[in-house]
Each structure stands twice: as structure tokens, then as C-alpha cells.
Design a binder for this molecule. Structure first.
Ligand code: IPE
Ligand code: IPE
Ligand code: MG
Length: 226
């Protein structure tokens, strides 16, 4: 049996270590990581992935030094402005999950601009998880439900999450060698296939992705049934 791949999610970890290994500043690793986002995104669009979610900044990443956070915010803004053309050329729709109200007004404006400019693209959807944490997302969803005064069923929670317009994760990959989820898509990955690789994100290639995809395709996904 060959599994479809509707939704691929990636925890892009290891930028800092990639830079440190070459005696560069951590920021150089983030820059190289951002370049790799474009390469992997284009490849995923070409092979017919419908939804690609990339973990770029977690709710816990605010614990990092101010200088690194400021660098990441600038990089995100630069990346979005630069990518808009490529996204359109590749017919990729851009979306985000996470609470962007914590970002500067100008960054929020850029994010919403790229989202609206690509809203008519009909190819793959690229979703950046920024200031995203599953616990924060679920807490916000529960508060919305309380406000509406509705009794909760499983499907209601799904509909109140940031991912309400996207299917559950089929395949989740984490680069960088650690085998944990770090508060990423906990609800949505309930039946995801998990792959962990030691490769650091800036070195993660289309070739390695292809190898993982071929393993994924032949995995028996039972969803609790026989
Ligand atoms: C992942 O790389 C990117 C972000 C979390 C922003 P890291 O910055 O966590 O890199 P390592 O894990 O320290 O190598
Ligand atoms: C996970 O990486 C978050 C992102 C890739 C954006 P971290 O480097 O923040 O995760 P931990 O701290 O190792 O769990
Ligand atoms: Mg890390």
C-alpha cells in the first residue's frame, strides 16, 4: 500500500549547531536555514505535497537572548518580503499558525500581506509556525469555546485550533538529532508517522527527504484498526 502525503510537518532544528561547528555565529546558521526553507519548499511543491508546515519559532523561543530573537524577527521579515515572488511563481499559498499578535506591527503587516497576496494560489500551502506552541494554541481554542458557551466534542477542538483549515499531520520530521516534539502540533500529530534525523536543518537535503518519503510511503498506517 502506498500512503498519500497530504500534510508534512518539519521541526527545523540545528541551525545554531550548524554555525558553531564552523566557528560561525548562530545567526549564520539561521540565515543558512532560511535558504534551505526555500529549497525544501520548492521540492515539496513539485512532488505534490498539499500542506507543508515548518516550525520556525516556538512560544518557548522567547527564552533566548534578546539579540538572537531580534535577529530572527528581522530574518523572518526579510525572508517573507523576498519569498513572495517565489511563492507566487510556484503557485504556493502562504499561511501561518501561532499567535502573531506578539510580533511588531510592521512584521504582522508583512505576514498578512504575503498571506493575502498568495490567497488565490492553488498549489501547495506553506504554513509557517511562528510564536507557535501547541499548549498555547489549545488554551486559546478552549477559551474561544468557553466564550461561545459550547459543549466540546473532538471535532470542535479541531475547528477552534489554528490549523482548522488544514488536515492532520501525516508525516512529521525533526532534524538536529533530538527526539522530541517541543510543543509542536501535539493534537494534529496524534497519528502522524515520526522520523528523526541527526542531520542539522541547513544540511537537510531533498535527497534525504526523498529517502524518508519512500519509507513513509510503505509504512502500514492502521489508525487503531486492523
Ligand atoms: C532551530 O535551530 C531554529 C529555531 C529554533 C529558531 P536552533 O536555533 O534551535 O539550533 P540549535 O538547536 O541550537 O542547533
Ligand atoms: C524547536 O527547536 C523549535 C523550532 C525548531 C522552531 P528548539 O531548539 O527550540 O527545541 P528544544 O529547546 O531543543 O526542545
Ligand atoms: Mg534547537
Amino acid at each position: 500500500m502506498v500512503n498519500d502525503l497530504n500534510h508534512l510537518a518539519i521541526i527545523m532544528d540545528g541551525n545554531g549547531r550548524w554555525a558553531e561547528r564552523q566557528s560561525k555565529r548562530r545567526s549564520a546558521g539561521h540565515e543558512q536555514g532560511a535558504k534551505n526553507v526555500r529549497i525544501i519548499t520548492e521540492y515539496c511543491a513539485q512532488i505534490g505535497v498539499r500542506y507543508l508546515t515548518l516550525y520556525a519559532f516556538s512560544t518557548e523561543n522567547w527564552k533566548r537572548p534578546k539579540t538572537e530573537i531580534e535577529f530572527l524577527m528581522k530574518l523572518l521579515s526579510k525572508f517573507l518580503k523576498k519569498e513572495l515572488k517565489t511563492l507566487k511563481e510556484n503557485n504556493i499559498r502562504f499561511d501561518i499558525i501561532g499567535d502573531i499578535s506578539k510580533f511588531s506591527k510592521s512584521l504582522q503587516k508583512t505576514i498578512l500581506h504575503v498571506k493575502s497576496e498568495t490567497s488565490n494560489c492553488t498549489g501547495m500551502t506553506q504554513i509557517l509556525a511562528i510564536n507557535y506552541g501547541s499548549r498555547d494554541e489549545i488554551t486559546r481554542a478552549v477559551n474561544q469555546a468557553i466564550k461561545k458557551g459550547i459543549e466540546i466534542e473532538e471535532k470542535d477542538i479541531g475547528e477552534l485550533l489554528d490549523t482548522s483549515n488544514f488536515p492532520d499531520v501525516d508525516l512529521l520530521i525533526r532534524t538536529g538529532g533530538d527526539q522530541r516534539l517541543s510543543n509542536f502540533l501535539l493534537w494534529q500529530s496524534a497519528y502522524a508517522e515520526l522520523f528523526f534525523t541527526n542531520t542539522l536543518w541547513p544540511d537537510f537535503s531533498n535527497g534525504e527527504l526523498e529517502t524518508i518519503l519512500s519509507k513513509y510511503e510503505t509504512t502500514s498506517r492502521r489508525f487503531g484498526a486492523l
